[in-house]
Design a protein around this ligand. Structure first.
Ligand code: GAR
Length: 195
């Protein structure tokens, strides 16, 4: 079975869906949930599901990204994952960390990449007058929110949408898409999924 570690910064709803998906004849299992924020609500949720957790507080490293990543890497090395899933992990990673995991690290981003890399994706889609939005799972490469796309899910933008309503509609699709992509990826299948 492939060993999966999940990195989170917040509530971890995608993390929960990934953990819940790894049952039965699934080709992977979750060996660690780690966060840059010791207070991240998702850490307690992972522990409640019986998953080992680690917290590496980025604030303790005072902007020294390589030192933060070395501490994070030490936690990951102990768990020895084959695959790393970023799920609402809100720290930018250095090229050397990314290169260490390249080909083995997935990210979910709340836009239809290549549109709206970075933050505030839903506000930007609304501001642009787009008729649809969505989410993307991609392999992580050193450039931010770049890298080969493994799957996308689309949703309509509806009259009267707010950022919060659109975010909720997209998040529901994130919860469908990420487990499907991870299962395929863990089987060695990189065929793109479109929902
Ligand atoms: C998700 O919408 C995810 O796509 C987004 O953060 C949210 C995390 O929610 N990720 C990014 O913005 C990455 N830059 P969750 O903690 O409930 O999974």
């Amino acid at each position: 079975s492939r060993r999966v570690a999940i990195l989170i910064s917040g509530g971890g709803s995608n993390m929960i869906r990934l953990v819940e998906s790894m049952t039965g004849d699934h080709p992977a299992s979750c060996v660690l949930v780690a966060s840059n924020d010791p207070e991240a609500a998702g850490l307690a949720r992972a522990r409640a599901m019986g998953i080992p957790t680690a917290a590496v507080d980025h604030r303790a490293y005072k902007g020294d990204r390589p030192a933060f990543e070395a501490a994070l890497q030490a936690e990951l090395d102990k768990a020895a994952p084959d695959i790393l899933c970023l799920a609402g992990f809100m720290r930018i990673l250095t090229p050397s960390f990314v290169q260490h995991w390249e080909g083995r690290m997935l990210n979910i981003h709340p836009s239809l990449l290549p549109k709206y890399k970075g933050l505030h994706t839903h506000a930007r889609a609304l501001e642009a007058g787009d008729s649809e939005a969505g989410c993307t799972v991609h392999l992580v490469t050193p450039a931010l929110d770049d890298g080969p796309i493994l799957g996308q899910a689309r949703v309509p933008i509806l009259p009267g949408d707010t950022e919060a309503r659109l975010a909720a509609r997209v998040l529901a699709q994130e919860h469908r898409l990420y487990p499907l992509v991870l299962e395929r990826f863990a089987r060695g299948d990189m065929t793109r999924i479109d929902l």
